[in-house]
Design a protein around this ligand. Sequence first.
Ligand code: ZN
Ligand code: ZN
Length: 482
Amino acid sequence: MNKPRITLLASHERELLGHLQSHPQGHEMAAVVLFRRLSHLTPGLAESDRYIAVRVIPFENDWVTSSSDTHISFELKYLRDLFRQSEEESLVFGFVHNHPGGYPDFSHVDDDNERTLLRALTNRNGKDIHFVAMLWTNNAWKARIRYGQQPESVQKVRHILVHGRPLKLYEYEKTEFADEDISARHAAAFGQPFVDKLKSLRVGIVGAGGTGSPTALLLARAGVGELVVIDNDKLERSNLNRVRGAGLDDVGKNKAQILKDFIALLKLPTNVAALESLIDQDPAALDALASCDVIFGCTDDQIGREILNTALYAYAQPYIDMGLGGQIAEDAEGHPYLRYHHGRISTILPESGECLFCQGVIKDVWIRHQYALRQNPNLAAEEARERYLVGGGEQAPGVGPFTSAIADYGVATLFDLIKPFRKLPGELRSDFFTVDFVKMEFQSRSERNDTACVYCQQKAYLVVQEKYRLNRPILGKPNVAL
Ligand SMILES: [Zn+2]
Ligand SMILES: [Zn+2]
C-alpha cells in the first residue's frame, strides 16, 4: 500500500494560512495547491509517494457562492483553468480549506465536495490522476489523497512535512510513551512526538564512511523509520579506525551494504536501503535520494556535494552536510602534527541558509579538478593532497574520534531542527559552524550574501520541473507521474 507524504515549503504554509484565516467574519476559505509527485520505488522500503507543493492559488472572492464558519461552496468553472494547468505541467491538483469552527476532521460535506472535484478533474484530465485534499483545523494540517481510478476510496497520508525552523510534521503516527521503549530516553529529553516524528521520516545518507557510518547508526538507534544509504566505495583496511559497524571480514565489501547488514543485526525497527552507486551517475540512486524527507551529506566528494546542493532545492529536502579538513605539518624531527583540524556542519533548508557554494564548501574549480581526476586517476597523488589540504578543500586524514564527533553534531542538528533545543551564541550561524579540534572552539564565518547565487538566492532549482533529473542530461529523464 502506498502511504504518501506531503511536503510544503515554509512560504507555501505562510501563504495558505494567510489566506485561509483572512475572512473578516471567520468563514471557511479555500485555495488550490499544485503538487509535483515523486513516485519512486526504493528497493527494500515501503512505497511512499512524495507530493511537493509547487504553487499556491488562493480562491478569489467571486469563485465562492456561499460560505459560513462551517461550510464553503464554490463554482467549478473558475477551477477549470487550474485543471488545465495541472495537466499541462504534470502537476497534481490539490484542494485546501479550513474549519474555523473547529470541526476536527474532514466532514461529509468535504466528502461530497471532493467527489465533485474529482469527477470534474477526471472528466477534464482523464482517470489516471491523483487528487490531494488538505484541511487546516485546530492549528494543524490534515491531508488525504484520492485517485481517479478509484473515486470512492480515500488514502491517508504518512505525514505532512512543512519546512522551516523547526521542521513541522503533522499526521504522523502517534504512539504512547513506554518506559521500556528503545526511544524512552529520547522521549524523556524531547517528548514522545519527537520520537514519533523521527519514526515517520525517511532519511538519506550519502557516504557511508567515517561520518556516514556513525550518522546512520545514530539515526537507526534514534528510531528513524527508513534510511537510504548511498556509497560507491568498498571498505579498505585503513578505514577500520573510524567506520562503524564494520570489521576485518568486511574489507572489500561495499560500505553502504555493510551498514545495512549491520543495522539488520541490531534488529532495530529501521528499514534500510543500500545503494552501491555514485549519485551523479546512477538515476536509481538519485531517485532513491529524491524519495527522502531529509538528507545527510557525508561524502568528501565535490561532485557528489554539488548534486546534493541542487537536490535539496529541487526535491525540497533539509540538507545537513558534514566535512572535515585540516593541515598536517612536520615538526623539527620530521614527525607529523595537526597544524589545524576542524569539522564542519552545514544545515541548508530550501528557503533558508546559504548553499554550499556560498559557504565556500564547494567550488567550481575543485569540482572540475575532481572530474579531471576521474578521467585520469594517475594525476599525482601529491597534487590531490595539495588541493585538499592546502587548497582549503576538505579531506581529512580520517581520525576516528573527529569523524564520529562530527556525526554526533550532525545528528544532534537534525534533532534541533525537529525539536529546537540549541541557544546559539550570536557569533554562530545556524546554517554553518565548525568545530576546531585543535583549539577546541566553535566558529562560523560571516555570510557571503551573494544575491546572484542561483541556488540559495535566485532559487533557480526550487521545486523545479525537471526535463532531465536535476536538469542534467547524463541522469536521464525522470519518470513523470501524474
Ligand atoms: Zn470542510
Ligand atoms: Zn548560494
